[in-house]
Design a protein around this ligand. Structure first.
Ligand SMILES: Cc1ncc(COP(=O)(O)OP(=O)(O)O)c(N)n1
Ligand SMILES: Cc1ncsc1CCOP(=O)(O)O
Ligand SMILES: [Mg+2]
Length: 214
């Protein structure tokens, strides 16, 4: 399963009905991955959201759970198709996630410092499928986010790993050509799609911009 393309990261501020409308519009427009992120949600609420998102997405995109391996496993147990997880440096060990989710799962890891690349090098080959790298620009979607790398900083980081790098953090559609030129395999966004007057058109703009550069 390829991580390349547009990743829609869900906006935990949205009510479930609105969230599902945004997810459906983004997937219809060609988003490759939907990452369900709900920092304030209980495990049970987040599992319900993942199950509902998985139903809406069906086989049109990969469904990942942010942070919560337990939730990914619970949703799978309930019969939902969950393809993997996106883990941060303080989340569960990706080796554990790989063990519990299996060889075919899609597992992403956040990385933006050299120490993260050293940690990556210490993992068994094939543990992590892609890196989420940012911030590209300042964002209000992540409290206490990491430092802003800019497009140049993203590019230097992407050059130092062979894993596909997904750019995140304040990414705008107009950034896509520059990010792709410095090695982005894809981009992950919350606001640029969820807050757009027409989320489907916004997602389609990202998909077209990414596709035009392949
Ligand atoms: C694609 C992608 N990249 C990076 C992140 C950030 O993950 P993390 O550092 O664990 O921060 P939270 O999302 O948990 O706030 C991501 N979610 N997706
Ligand atoms: C989850 C996450 N991790 C780094 S930035 C970010 C949120 C990105 O959201 P936006 O596209 O609104 O800046
Ligand atoms: Mg996290």
């Amino acid at each position: 399963m390829s991580p390349a393309g547009l990743h829609l990261v869900t906006d935990g501020r949205l009510r479930l009905d609105r969230l599902l409308i945004v997810v459906d519009a983004a997937v219809r427009a060609g988003a490759a991955v939907v990452q369900v992120r709900g920092k304030e949600a209980s495990a049970r609420e987040l599992t319900e959201t993942v199950v509902a998102v998985s139903q809406v997405v069906d086989d049109r995109a990969a469904v990942l759970v942010n942070d919560r391996l337990d939730v990914a496993l619970a949703a799978r147990h309930g019969g939902a198709r969950v393809d993997g997880v996106h883990l941060g440096q303080d989340d569960l060990d990706p080796v554990v996630a790989r063990h519990l989710l299996g060889r075919d799962a899609l597992i992403g890891w956040t990385a933006h410092r050299d120490a993260h690349l050293r940690a990556l090098a210490s993992l068994p080959e094939g543990t992590v499928d892609y890196l989420g790298v940012g911030l590209v620009r300042p964002t209000t979607s992540k409290a206490d986010g990491p430092p802003v790398l800019g497009v140049g900083g993203f590019g230097s980081f992407a050059l130092s790993t062979e894993l596909p790098c997904i750019a995140i953090g304040g990414v705008r559609v107009t950034d896509v050509p520059d990010l792709a030129a410095v090695g982005a395999a894809g981009v992950a966004v919350v606001t640029a799609v969820a807050d757009a007057p027409d989320p489907g058109a916004a997602a389609g703009g990202f998909v077209d911009a990414l596709g035009a550069l392949r």
